[in-house]
Design a protein around this ligand. Sequence first.
Ligand code: TA6
Length: 295
Amino acid sequence: MQQTTDTLAAKFPVSGLRFESGQGGLIKAVLEAADSVAEIYLHGAHVASYKPKGHKPLLWMSQRSLFEDGKAIRGGVPICFPWFGPHPSDPQLPGHGLARVKSWEVIAARHVDGDALQIELATDIDDFRLQYRVSCGSTLRMSLNVQLSPQAAGPRRFEEALHTYFSVNDISDVMIEGLEDAEYIDKVDGGKRKPATGSAIRFQGECDRVYLDTTATCTLHDPGNRRSIAISKSNSQSTVVWNPWIDKSARMADFGDNEWPEMVCVETANVGPHSIELSPGQSHEMNVEVAVSTR
Ligand code: TA6
């Protein structure tokens, strides 16, 4: 079925759900729940915004983001799959994989847990079937289910990340708790593996760290917005923390030179040593829940 705003509205007549032409003419689903509103583009199944009632938007979006087929959206929650970062052998392939630069199909929409609205999108990449559920309510819940086709010739391995960009008042005042006991790969220092720091994360420069063997809930303290954000997860062993700071921001065309103080990524992932191997017919589901509280 050709997905247009009209055919989608007719196929998914769920109260609080509508489909609109968004930025760049890309179709987005707007989920208006009792306690929050969210926007998800079919392009990349990309959660572009989430705003709980009484709070400023939780997710950050660059003013310079592209909204074009084949290009990643800079902000919100990009889905990284089936590889994380540059492709291991072919630099011509898109960074962070194919899932975020292709259009997905809406396959379901429903009310869940009383007053939350849920939309489900799906796509096929190689022998993998991806189904992604986004639930918009008093919290934001995202579940990425990956199944390897029963017809696949043999086991296949993949990396995945929900590369969430959080909006903060000023990165210099931000503190992240939850990763004090995790070793990490420091991509700002040659990819060296480093011991756990034993302390909360604060930012005084570019930060690009893959925390390992961690299932911990992270708490992002954002005093300038008088809020904290709890990021809890399941079936994820890696957490990535990123702020590009000044120089890296200036090198990205789709990232404003002065935007770096207002964002930080805390990414729910299975990457590097935590990549996932599936046998034909097997599936894996990674989940994350984002909850805001006033400080
Ligand atoms: O998650 C952090 C990271 O891997 C950084 O190294 C930086 O490249 C960021 O992702 C953004 O990647 P992108 O391909 O979206 O520009």
